[in-house]
Design a protein around this ligand. Structure first.
Ligand code: NCD
Length: 308
């Protein structure tokens, strides 16, 4: 049974196919409106979400399917002590595919080993978030025409930001990409990402605490929220939360065709004054996320059917 736990579960060619399929859905939505009639998606969210859960649900409805949903751990049997394994074995009896978000790293993998339907990782703790990366990739492709030779700045909480880890893994597979990792000392990219993804393939990257000096060289600036829920103490969060705030003033030295991205939710990282700037792409990411999830659900359900 094919699941999507990590972005590297998809080859570069498969990601290309998903982007082509998403483009086709955007161009011909009516052709897809009944494709998944009679199928059910279960969304199991043990952590808060607005975009990811609703975009999965909107994606399934727009394919003609149905949705059953668990929107919080508190409202489920997890609050009685049920394991992830037992929950997904149960939900496999009700649904054809599962999208799950959980605060523990590795929870999606455990789910995929116990479910009898495909599982999509909608975020596992501070580890990874492959479907946000699918949204990010379609956005970058549409804005930049491709992925080669881009200088990509990632800024903010690079330690706990799961979207950052998955995006680095995905972009590192393209020719000539270089990374500028901008964060406070305490929130640097985890060493396993630097070692296993960047250093081992000789991919150029630099680490800095200074957004201003990095900005002029960037083709993409990916801002992130400091992940309050993963901090051990509130004091550290308060000290770090407003370290980087992108304002129109700071953008003066940026490239005219910079793409400004953010997985959202935004807390204070990008001034709302930038929303009108044509370089702002964060609401495009939201829009493309739904289409990439439609493409992904279609692919995984088709593969599951072919196996049966
Ligand atoms: C992100 C997440 O959940 O990791 N949100 C999202 O899914 N777009 C980013 C975040 O919460 O900061």
């Amino acid at each position: 049974m094919r699941s999507l736990i990590d972005i590297l579960d998809l080859s570069v060619a498969e990601i290309e196919e998903l982007m082509d399929l998403a483009e086709d859905i955007i161009a011909h939505p009516d052709a897809y409106a009944h494709r998944l009639a009679g199928k059910k998606l279960a969304t199991l969210f043990f952590e808060p979400s607005t975009r990811t859960r609703m975009s999965f649900e909107a994606a399934m409805y727009e394919l003609g399917g149905n949705v059953i949903s668990m929107s919080s751990a508190a409202s489920s049997s997890a609050s009685k002590g049920e394991s992830v394994a037992d929950t997904v074995k149960t939900v496999s009896c009700y649904a054809d595919i599962i999208a799950m978000r959980h605060p523990k790293e590795g929870a999606a993998l455990v789910a995929s080993k116990n479910a009898s339907v495909p599982v999509i990782n909608a975020g596992d703790g501070g580890h990874c978030h492959p479907t946000q990366t699918l949204a990010d990739l379609l956005t970058i492709k549409r804005e930049k025409g491709g992925f080669s030779n881009l200088t990509v700045g990632l800024c903010g909480d690079l330690k706990f930001g799961r979207t950052v880890h998955s995006l680095i893994q995905a972009l590192a597979r393209y020719e000539g990409v270089r990374f500028v990792l901008i964060s406070p000392e305490e929130l640097k990219v985890p060493s396993y990402v630097k070692r296993d993804v960047l250093a081992c393939r000789g991919i150029p990257y630099e680490q800095t605490t200074d957004l201003g000096s990095a900005l002029p060289s960037l083709d993409i600036l990916y801002m992130t929220r400091v992940q309050r829920e993963r901090f051990f103490n509130e004091e550290d969060y308060l000290r770090l939360k407003d370290r980087y705030v992108l304002t129109p003033e700071k953008l003066k030295d940026a490239k005219p065709d910079l793409s400004i991205m953010h997985p959202l939710p935004r807390v204070n990282e990008i001034s709302v004054a930038i929303d009108e700037d044509k370089r702002a792409c964060y609401f495009k990411q939201v829009k493309y996320g739904k289409y990439m999830r439609m493409a992904l659900i279609l692919k995984l359900l088709k593969e599951a059917e072919d196996v049966h």
